[in-house]
Design a binder for this molecule. Structure first.
Ligand SMILES: Cc1cc2nc3c(=O)[nH]c(=O)nc-3n(C[C@H](O)[C@H](O)[C@H](O)COP(=O)(O)OP(=O)(O)OC[C@H]3O[C@@H](n4cnc5c(N)ncnc54)[C@H](O)[C@@H]3O)c2cc1C
Length: 381
């Protein structure tokens, strides 16, 4: 029961759910098997407002709040983790960075195209040698008059080969502590020197586009700089706060989808002359799963509420992501257990949910990194 949702949020949830059941569920398994980005769904996402969830209507977006963003991602994930990842990263990272720190000209130019799906957004922080230690990035941005020359390699970039623009974090100042010498840039992917060099074969979220991006003598004007020079890392941390709420919501949706499958299967499958659902051992797995996912939802809604009321939510977003991703991974694992041998086959969607949900413990900061963030806030307080 959505006890805390306003009527517009309830309508939004129902609308996205209906869209995903109709347009996504029939294809999600095939997209995963083909490991193919589903370009054909983009127009539908745009029409529904899912490519500009938080972008103001003035730029063509839906102008909704953080809670709405979490609900949209959760509903996509209930059916397809890959699609949820696309929606989360496009809205939270790529367009989110432009929305929060871009100039008026940048917003006019990039956000309107992002909302229609003409240009999907990517966001490139991680590198082959720096993930959790993200300030250790090596990509360089050297100022040459009114231009910047960018060189480096980015790893695990979602939408890296299908995006129209990519927000790139690069080291602009070698002479200061790592966190204080990073600048963000908007790089249009058609710019000479930008190339998506390697499509990664993944364990889960296989129809989401994840690539290695190479930046070789990418020359862009200072008008493409996003935010202040050398301040990009601090801005990045703010962007990740919101992103973590969406990854928590993705985990919640995947967990809820898997729990629903487990309940249906337990009601139908017979063993020892009874339905599985009559065995207490199975009932307890279901009860624990429901309890943990509802607890995760409360943490997600608290973090979203703090964000929507303009308060700090860094630690709360980390708690939501940490708990939701670990709880949902347990739930998906138990859902497969309830399906027995059949769950281990590709015939049932539960294995896809289990593969997809693992990413939520890794992307946008691993569980270990979330614990570091929470502990840092706790000790400082
Ligand atoms: C499918 C997918 C999509 C992604 N999309 C994007 C994207 O769009 N843009 C982007 O920039 N990045 C993206 N990433 C990158 C992602 O954010 C990183 O993979 C993640 O932050 C972890 O970094 P790493 O893989 O380098 O692991 P590492 O940092 O090498 O960590 C390896 C292990 O060591 C642990 N560890 C590291 N440091 C510590 C410590 N101090 N204490 C305790 N444990 C520690 C980690 O928790 C982890 O378990 C994506 C990744 C994946 C898999």
């Amino acid at each position: 029961m959505d006890f805390d949702l306003s009527e517009p949020h309830q309508i939004l949830r129902a609308t996205v759910r209906e869209f995903c059941e109709r347009e996504v569920r029939p294809h999600a398994k095939r997209w995963d098997e083909e490991q193919r980005f589903p370009h054909e769904i983009i127009a539908g996402l745009a029409e529904l407002g899912l490519l500009g969830i938080r972008i103001p209507e003035a730029y063509g977006g839906s102008g909704m709040d953080m809670l709405a963003y979490a609900l949209c991602v959760e509903e996509c994930a209930r059916v397809d983790g890959s699609l949820a990842l696309t929606v989360a990263s496009h809205n939270g990272l790529g367009t989110g960075h432009v929305l929060r720190f871009g100039t008026e000209e940048q917003k006019q130019k990039y956000l309107s195209k992002a909302c229609t799906g003409e240009w999907l957004a990517a966001w490139a922080l991680t590198e082959p040698g720096s993930g959790s230690d993200s300030a250790g990035l090596k990509t360089t941005a050297v100022r040459q008059g009114d231009e910047w020359l960018i060189n480096g390699t980015k790893m695990f970039i979602t939408q890296g080969s299908v995006a129209g623009f990519c927000v790139v974090l690069a080291r602009s100042n070698q002479g200061v502590p790592a966190q204080h010498g990073i600048t963000a840039f908007i790089v249009e992917t058609r710019t000479p020197g930008y190339s998506a060099s390697k499509k990664l074969e993944k364990y889960g979220c296989r129809s989401s586009d994840t690539v290695e991006v190479s930046l070789e003598n990418v020359r862009i004007s200072d008008a493409q700089r996003l935010g202040n020079v050398d301040q990009g890392f601090l801005d990045t941390m703010r962007i990740l706060d919101g992103g973590r709420i969406s990854i928590a919501a993705m985990a919640l949706g995947l967990g809820r989808g898997a729990l629903g499958m487990a309940i249906r299967y337990a009601r139908e499958r017979q063993a020892f002359g009874k339905n599985l659902s009559e065995f207490q051992a199975i009932q307890w797995l279901l009860a624990d799963g429901k309890t943990e996912l509802d607890a995760a939802e409360l943490l997600i809604h608290r973090a979203a509420w703090l964000a929507d009321s303009g308060r700090g939510f860094t630690s709360e977003a980390s708690m939501a992501k940490l708990y939701a991703s670990e709880a949902a991974t347990r739930v998906c694992n138990n859902a497969m257990q309830i399906h027995g041998g059949y769950g281990y086959t590709r015939e049932f969607d539960v294995e896809r949910h289990l593969r997809d949900v693992k990413l939520c413990e890794i992307g946008e900061g691993t569980s270990q990194v979330q614990r570091m963030v929470i502990a840092k806030h706790l000790i400082r307080e």
